[in-house]
Design a protein around this ligand. Structure first.
Ligand code: GLY
Length: 396
């Protein structure tokens, strides 16, 4: 049984319905029962898509929990890399699903990080024109970002390079189960990478929906609790995840498909990401002078993207240097990179940024942060602000 005492439940409400994000310790041991209530096991199949790099204990816990609850469990593993997040991998899982005769109404369960959630979500969205997906994120990045909000997709390898998330659909999960115990087995580098998305949320916490500001104290809280977060103190981790999920839930609730004509825009969640997507797809880009540290983790690229966005915002006259200094100091404390090595010339990287999905009529659009944890979407007339952003993070 899941004991409710230490579990936070956050509702994500979108036009098509509402779902629960459960946050707490040891949820993987018992989440099968919740799914059985929801999907009517025994007598149903569950298809587990799991990250091949996960410690066995998580895969065993999830499979056992589903089987004990009466599901007939099949599974497929995926490599947790951007180069494996392709239509080819999606096709392989689709064939596996068809071979198990997985039916409509039976869940695909994603167990892993952002790559696994994006891939499994995409497969669930297109198989038989849509079957439910339940996300069980095991990385911080997937808990606070990829598993919530229904963005699914794969990368496209074009002659110009890997284009991130170029093929995908919005497909909201039926449920999200964030077992914070899984964060204890992450490598230091992977854990820290996820913190970049939390800092991003802190930088927009002063924005508001109809209920008021999202979480204006989040950035201060991360600063005040940085040591406890890095020590992975369980209660602090649970609060970190729950607060970030709650913020994201409100943004997604206000603008599910990133097309709201007014009000709180989901595009704000792309703060730093137009820069990040361009630099993380450069194979030589490294977070340190050591080339063997390349490629960048997505979260590391986001950390660099946040700083580039601050510098671009300064170049546009929208932010003071003090904002960049504050963010840079926090990223350093969290062990995230503030400079990137191995980048080509900024003008070439700015050009790569044009493959971003947010480009409109060939013009780059970036999210420009401001003081007070506020931010806005700005269409750039030319590349000067983007180049200023890239110059701020490029190691000499
Ligand atoms: N990761 C950005 C979003 O979910 O909109």
């Amino acid at each position: 049984m899941l004991s409710n005492a230490s579990i936070a439940s956050i509702a994500v409400t979108v036009p098509g319905g509402s779902y629960e994000v459960l946050v707490g310790p040891r949820l993987l041991d018992a989440f099968g029962e919740r799914l059985a209530e929801r999907f009517g096991a025994p007598g149903k199949r569950a298809f587990l898509v799991y990250d091949a790099g996960l410690p066995d204990e998580h895969v065993v816990a999830a499979s056992r929990s589903l089987a004990h609850a009466g599901f007939m469990v099949s599974s497929a593993s995926v490599q947790p890399t951007e180069t494996a997040k392709t239509l080819g991998t999606a096709a392989r899982i689709l064939v596996d699903l068809a071979e198990t005769r997985h039916e409509r109404g039976e869940p695909v369960v994603a167990l892993g990080g952002g790559v696994t959630c994006d891939l499994a979500g995409y497969v669930a969205a297109v198989y038989r024109r849509g079957v439910p997906v339940v996300h069980c994120p095991t990385t911080l990045l997937a808990m606070v970002d990829a598993s919530v909000g229904g963005k699914t997709g794969v990368n496209l390898l074009t002659p110009a390079g890997l284009e991130k998330n170029m093929v995908g659909v919005f497909w909201q999960p039926a449920m999200v189960v964030a077992d914070v115990q899984a964060l204890l087995t992450l490598s230091e580098r992977d854990f820290r990478a996820g913190l970049a998305e939390c800092v991003k949320h802190g930088m927009i916490g002063g924005e508001a929906d109809a209920e008021g500001p999202l979480d204006p104290g989040l950035l201060d809280w991360i600063e005040a609790n940085a040591e406890r977060i890095l020590e992975r103190e369980p209660a602090t981790l649970a609060e970190l995840v729950a607060r970030n999920v709650a913020l994201k839930a409100r943004v997604v609730g206000a603008d599910e498909r990133e097309d709201a004509p007014a009000g709180l825009s989901r595009m704000l969640l792309n703060l730093g990401h137009t820069f990040a997507h361009a630099i993380e797809t450069i194979p030589a880009a490294s977070p340190s002078p050591k080339p063997e540290d390349a490629p960048l983790r997505h979260g590391e690229a986001v950390a660099l993207g946040l700083l580039a966005a601050c510098a671009a915002s300064e170049a546009l006259g929208l932010a003071q240097p003090s904002l960049r200094q504050r963010v840079e100091a926090l990223l350093r404390r969290l062990g995230l990179p503030t400079q990137v090595y191995g980048l080509p010339a900024p003008a070439g990287v700015a050009d790569r940024m044009r493959s971003d999905k947010k480009v409109s009529a060939g013009r780059l659009r970036i999210v420009a942060p401001r003081e007070g944890s506020r931010a806005g979407v700005v269409a750039l007339g030319d590349d000067r602000a983007a180049i200023a952003g890239l110059e701020a993070i490029g190691a000499p």
